[in-house]
Design a protein around this ligand. Structure first.
Ligand code: 7RM
Length: 635
């Protein structure tokens, strides 16, 4: 048995027990056997959650790109590392082998060096999902520069805030991007952002859409000619285990976005280990995660985790709707995808469309289906299981966060029996616990409480850039000596976890703690309902009452809305109980969503509270027009 590759439930429990009983030995053996080090560590782990301070593999030196690229060259030089599928299905896919990736990363790294970028410097990457995005991330890591990828859907203001927060001296962008039938003027957004970013010395511009853009003399440089002239080898910088690898911003419920700092060795070991096990990746498999590299999911499970395992990882530039709703399944068939990883919001959108978009394609290559980002509702789970997996591909409901760096709770496919909506069991090395309102750990099952982690794991964020106090206050002050996730969770009789959502989503009605997810599940069972979100609002007697925002599949003038409201409450009564009935039901055309597909409940809550003067940080909001529409019709 290899503890790096768990193959059945018995092995999982065996490995898990060892990882808890002897965490240092467990991670040390994995680090030793599966990675290349320039120097070995002096100490596997030191930690103190009260400071908080965590350090893994202290004293070790390595370069993550040597592990993700160079060491595969002898046996996998001609294997596809990155398979690029363009926005336009008529444009041919690009297969970048490990050998080609090595050359392109080295050349890019040399360009960065020539521009004066060195170890510890921050580089902002604002690119669409084109190969240059993955390559520039790896080029930074090659020379020890800290990358800060900003999702290329963010506005100029949001981009400027992120550039300034960590003093980036360079921005890497493109002339523009393709998004379905549209193009987006990325360079224009960068130009606008840079009017308020003094520290940026150079901008590298990749050419993608061949639009006419303005280039500022001395500051802006076309990327390709520089790459063409760059030397094709670059000695990887020796990095300390705890040197920062990247910063990635995540929005908090209040205040400015938090620049989560991830370091090198622990992040590499953990993302590689979890990729291998959660997706059961086998040599020659083709793995596709539909996320954008602008999010943590893309960092860990498009770039670093897969490449550290010598995998073939797909990068898709486009959107699920272009040229039509069959695009995902067309790609699965075309590249014979074996592991497919996406978000519940995408699944729900796809499930609304005609099944013929799915049935047209051969999906028999699929072995594992994954979901991430929010709780998956039962209906979406079954649709995914029945129509995409044909009841033959286990679904891994993976729970984790930007802050955790890698997947913490997930089934291991073909080992852990799955239950819809349950993320099931912790990964080896992860010690979750549930806490009650009084700060006490709940040890019995079943239980529900606030989800914390009791012991450090290698890929946890080490700080918030420039604000260690905020890091401590946000994650380590609610419960003594524990990392607080901000999520609520149930744990069933067998120890399976079901993440119910952010704890600010828990609404206490007449003293009953109600999670939003199960109520939304009940509402969504109504045949006329496409999606829903509920929030609490103050109520004289109950403390809080429930306000539901409901999207209907078809909006018709003739629809009897009051009758529909009754039917919805009837369903809730049947599924959960009369306590969970909604006081107000507003039918809306859409819900405010973040760019990564999470419902922004904070905004819905403000509307229900009739407190809309200040909606807070809306930089991650995808569809501001929906907010306007909901406010106009608010009850
Ligand atoms: C990877 C990612 C983190 C928050 C997290 C949860 C929610 C993520 C699941 C989930 C239920 C899941 N990072 N979340 N995965 N909730 N089941 N499988 O999404 O930083 O952007 O978000 O997302 O609330 O705290 S993130």
């Amino acid at each position: 048995m290899s503890q790096y590759h768990i193959k059945n439930l018995e092995e999982y429990f065996q490995v898990y027990r060892k990882s808890v009983a002897q965490p240092e030995i467990f991670w040390e053996e994995i680090a030793e056997e599966h990675f290349q080090w320039k120097r070995k560590w002096d100490k596997v782990l030191s930690w103190d959650f009260s400071k908080p301070e965590v350090s893994w593999f202290q004293g070790a030196q390595l370069n993550i790109t040597e592990n993700c690229i160079d060491r595969h060259l002898t046996h996998r030089g001609d294997k596809t590392a990155i398979l690029f599928e363009p926005n336009d299905p008529k444009e041919p896919a690009e297969h970048i082998t490990y050998r080609q990736l090595h050359k392109r990363v080295c050349q890019f790294a040399n360009v960065l060096k020539e521009m004066g970028v060195g170890k510890g410097d921050r580089v902002c990457i604002y690119l669409p999902m084109i190969p240059e995005l993955a390559i520039s991330v790896l080029a930074c890591a090659r020379i020890g520069a800290i990358h800060s990828v900003v999702f290329a859907g963010f506005s100029a203001t949001a981009l400027a805030t992120r550039i300034n927060d960590c003093d980036c001296k360079m921005v890497i962008t493109a002339d523009g991007s393709f998004r379905g039938p549209k193009t987006i003027d990325l360079k224009g957004i960068v130009d606008e952002a840079l009017t308020s970013c003094e520290g940026v010395e150079n901008v590298l511009v990749a050419q993608r859409i061949h639009s006419k853009i303005s280039m500022k003399e001395g500051r802006d440089h076309w990327l390709q000619p520089l790459l063409d002239n760059a030397y094709k080898d670059c000695v990887p910088e020796a990095m300390d285990a705890e040197d920062p690898l990247f910063i990635l911003y995540t929005s908090g419920s209040t205040g400015k976005p938090k620049g989560m700092v991830h370091t090198t060795a622990g992040y590499m070991v953990y993302t590689a280990f979890t990729f291998k096990n959660v997706f059961q990746y086998q040599e020659d498999d083709v793995y596709w995660c539909t996320a954008d590299i602008g999010w943590i999911t893309g960092h860990s499970y498009i770039v670093y985790g897969p490449l550290a395992n010598g995998a073939t990882t797909v990068m898709f530039e486009g959107v699920p709707t272009y040229p039509d709703w069959g695009r995902f399944w067309e790609i699965v068939q075309k590249h014979k995808i074996n592991q497919f990883y996406t978000a519940p919001t995408a699944i729900r959108a796809l499930a609304k469309e005609n099944l013929s978009y799915v049935e047209k394609y051969d999906l028999s290559s699929l072995k594992v289906l994954g979901t991430v980002g929010e709780p998956i509702n039962e209906e979406a789970w079954h649709w995914y299981n029945d129509n995409i997996g044909k009841k033959n591909s286990p679904i891994v409901d993976t729970w984790w966060q930007t802050e955790t760096g890698g997947i913490l709770i997930s089934p291991i496919p073909y080992a852990t029996p799955t239950i819809p909506t349950f993320a099931t069991l912790p990964m080896p090395g992860i010690q979750p616990c549930l806490m009650d309102e009084n700060g006490k750990e709940i040890s019995q099952n079943p239980a529900s409480g606030r989800l914390c982690i009791k012991f450090p794991w290698p890929s946890m964020a080490r700080t918030i850039w420039g604000d260690h106090g905020r890091y401590r206050d946000t994650y380590f002050s609610a419960f003594k000596n524990k990392y607080f996730t901000g999520d609520g969770s149930l744990r069933d009789q067998t120890g399976y976890y079901r993440i119910t959502g952010r704890v600010d989503d828990v609404i206490i009605v007449s003293g009953h703690n109600l999670g939003t997810a199960p109520i939304e599940d009940a509402i969504n069972e109504h045949p006329a309902v496409a999606e829903s979100a509920i929030v609490g609002f103050p109520h004289d007697i109950k403390g809080n009452a429930l306000y539901g925002y409901v999207i209907l599949k078809e909006v018709g003038e003739t629809r009897d809305n009051d009758n529909l409201r009754k039917e919805i409450n009837q369903l809730i009564t049947e599924r959960i109980g009369p306590i969970a009935k909604l006081d107000k039901i507003q039918f809306t055309p859409g819900l405010p969503k973040t760019r990564s597909g999470k419902i922004m409940r904070r905004i819905l809550r403000k509307i229900a509270h009739q407190d809309t003067d200040n909606l807070g940080d809306t930089s991650t909001l995808l569809n501001p027009e929906v907010v306007e529409a909901i406010m106009k019709e608010a009850l």
